[in-house]
Design a protein around this ligand. Structure first.
Ligand SMILES: [Zn+2]
Length: 338
């Protein structure tokens, strides 16, 4: 799987849809376009093939500047075009394209190799900032994620949303690899197919193209709601779960996604536990340590949280839960660099 680099924007990219993108770019492709300011903005889209908002926003940006010099150079990585053709996060035989980046815990494979190559190329080009654009499936507000608590990262994230999430796990995420080179964010733009998500991502990209430098203006506490991830919650492969089958090992509350970005109390239910009455989930903290019993307990066959927390990324999509996780748990950060 050889990384292809282009130094122009192919005409067809301006109008093709995400399903057809793989016919233009069957292999991983990095496109460099010049601009008035030379240090490029790195933009990745479709790392998850079903999350097309980033691609649509980027396509609009390319159309807006077609035939003109961009305000700043950009480098574009078009992500998992094979999975995009099928409308899937990834294909069964593929690794997750947002877990393959340098410092991943995956074994070396063609995908980890081209990711390393992209990072090396962008380091040589003295990348200005990095933006990786995603959607999610549950009821979530738009927010930006960062992996370093530094003023420039907070500024970049705050340009997108007042809601910002800081995390260190999972490993192998694009924005974490780029955080070693430049201010880097992951954008979560709600569900695919929402016009508001595309508009928001497009306006953010356009604003970033016009940034000449990060300001020395410190982010004030009243401008930002900053949370950090305390655990990722998964369902073990050997436990069944369902939103409809009451006999499943874990019969999950079918409105669970309403808890996203809500500060919930100890005792809040996640669902009913059947058959094997041990915890049907595993919570892993930012250091990779299992912390399931710090957060969850079973009482009266109900799975409950033991302490106040704020879930995110809860989804009703069973495939996403198996391929990724049930949710993240977060808490508010009140001290950060200004
Ligand atoms: Zn994603």
């Amino acid at each position: 799987m050889h990384l292809q680099e282009l130094n122009h924007c192919p005409e067809a990219l301006l109008s093709c849809n995400t399903e057809a993108l793989h016919t233009l770019f069957p292999q991983p492709t990095l496109i460099h376009l010049p601009g008035k300011q030379q240090a490029p903005l790195f933009i990745s889209v479709l790392l998850h093939g079903n999350e097309n908002t980033g691609f649509l926003a980027l396509q609009r940006l390319l159309n807006k500047y077609a035939g003109q010099l961009l305000p700043r150079a950009i480098s574009i990585f078009l992500g998992n075009t094979q999975a995009a053709a099928k409308g899937l996060r990834r294909l069964e035989h593929q690794p997750d394209y947002n877990r393959i980046w340098p410092n991943t815990d995956l074994n070396t494979c063609p995908e980890t190799e081209f990711s390393q190559q992209i990072v090396n190329i962008m380091r040589d080009k003295q990348v200005f900032a990095s933006i990786d654009i995603h959607n999610n499936t549950g009821l979530n507000p738009h927010y930006a994620c960062i992996n370093k608590l530094e003023a420039e990262f907070l500024q970049l994230a705050n340009l997108f949303s007042r809601l910002v999430v800081y995390f260190k796990r999972p490993l192998g995420v694009q924005s974490m690899a780029f955080s070693e080179l430049c201010p880097a964010v992951t954008l979560e733009c709600g569900r695919p197919g929402q016009q508001y998500g595309e508009d928001h991502a497009f306006n953010f990209l356009n604003d970033c193209l016009h940034l000449s430098a990060f300001s020395t203006h410190a982010i004030q506490h009243q401008e930002i709601d900053l949370f950090h991830t305390t655990a990722q919650v998964k369902i073990p492969a050997d436990r069944s779960f369902s939103f409809t089958d009451q006999q499943a090992d874990f019969y999950i509350d079918h409105q669970i996604d309403h808890l996203n970005f809500t500060e919930i109390k100890a005792g809040t239910h996640f669902g009913q536990v059947n058959n094997n009455l041990t915890l049907p989930i595993i919570a892993i903290d930012e250091q990779g340590k299992e912390v399931t019993e710090d957060f969850f307990e079973i009482s009266n066959q109900q799975l409950k949280v033991k302490r106040p927390t704020m879930p995110s990324m809860l989804t009703l999509d069973e495939r996403i839960i198996r391929q990724d996780c049930l949710c993240y748990l977060m808490e508010r950060l009140t001290s950060f660099p200004t």
